[in-house]
Design a protein around this ligand. Sequence first.
Ligand SMILES: NC(=O)c1ccc[n+]([C@@H]2O[C@H](COP(=O)([O-])OP(=O)(O)OC[C@H]3O[C@@H](n4cnc5c(N)ncnc54)[C@H](OP(=O)(O)O)[C@@H]3O)[C@@H](O)[C@H]2O)c1
Length: 311
Amino acid sequence: MAEISSETRFLHAVEMGLGAWQWGDRLIWQYGNGYDDEDLQRAFQASLHEGVRFVDTAEVYGSGRSERLLGKFIKETDQPILVATKFFPYPWRFTKGSLVRALKASLERLGMESVDLYQSHWVSLTMSNDLLMEGLAECVKKGMTRTVGVSNFGQTRMLAAYSALARHNVPLASNQVHYSLLNRSAEKNGVLARCKELGIRLIAYSPLEQGLLTGKYNPSKPPAGARGGQYARLLPKIQPLIKLMTAIGQDHGGKSNAQVALNWVIYKGALPIPGAKNESQAQQNTGALGWKLTDEQVAKLDEASDLILGE
Ligand SMILES: NC(=O)c1ccc[n+]([C@@H]2O[C@H](COP(=O)([O-])OP(=O)(O)OC[C@H]3O[C@@H](n4cnc5c(N)ncnc54)[C@H](OP(=O)(O)O)[C@@H]3O)[C@@H](O)[C@H]2O)c1
C-alpha cells in the first residue's frame, strides 16, 4: 500500500458517507412524491447525530437543488461537515477553465468558500484526460477544493489521472464507482486493488443497489419509476442473497439487510455513500458502523452474489 498523502488522509478516516442524489431528483427518485425537504433535513441531521458527516452531491443532482439544500442544511447546523461535489463533463465544456467556473457555481449554491472533494463525475468526451486533470488541479491551487477525485473511471484512465495530477503535485484522492453486493466490477476489474495500492479512496456509489439490497423489493413489488425497468431482470434472482443477508444480520443481533450490505462494502475497504430519503433510512444506515462481518460471512455473501452475477 502506498503512503497516503497528508492532503487526502481525512478521506481514509471516513468510514461512511451520505449520498444526496435523492435531494431534488424527480426522474429516478421521485423527489416531492413521498418525501420532501423536511424529510431530507431530518435524514441529514440523523446522519450527523450518528457521526456520518461526509455528504456526496453533484451539480447535476436535481439540477442544482441538491447543492442548494445541502448549503441550507449546513447553515442550520453547528457541526462540521465534509462536502464532496462533482463537475459534469458536458460535451460543450472543453477548456480547463470550465472546471473552475463550474466549481464557482457549485460553491455559490452551497454557500461555501471551498469543498473537501471535487470530482469529475464521468470521463469527458471532449476534453483530454490531461486537460481535465489540469482543470481539477487548478481548482486545488485556487483554494476552491481541498482535494480532487474522479468518478466512473476504469483502471487505465484512473492511472492516467493519477499520473497527470502528480505532474501538478496534486494527489488523486478518490475514484467513485458503482460497487455493491450486486455489482462487483470494481473488485473483478482490479480498480479496488489498484486504489488500495496507490492510496486512492474507492468511494462506493449505489451500495444498496438503489434499494434492492434492503430486501423490500421483489418481482411482485418492484421499485417505482425507472428503477422498476432497470432491475426487472435482476430482481427475480436476488432472493437467495437477501435470505442469507437476513440470516447473517440475525447472527449480529438483528442487523438489517441494508446494514449488512453497507458493512460488506466497508469490509472490502471501500467508502459507501448510501442515499436516504428520510430520517429512518438514514438512521438505519448508520447502524452499519461499529461492528464487523466475519471473514466466513463475507465469503458466503461473495459466493451468493457470484451465483447471481454469473461469475
Ligand atoms: N458518481 C456517480 O455516477 C453516481 C451514480 C449513482 C449514485 N451516486 C452517489 O451515490 C449515492 C448512493 O447511491 P444511490 O442513491 O444510487 O443508491 P443506494 O444508496 O444504493 O440506494 C439509495 C436508496 O435506497 C433506499 N434506501 C436507502 N436506505 C434504506 C433503508 N435503510 N431501508 C430501506 N430503503 C432504503 C431509498 O430509496 P427507496 O426508498 O425509494 O427505495 C434510497 O433512495 C447517491 O446518492 C449519489 O450521491 C453517484
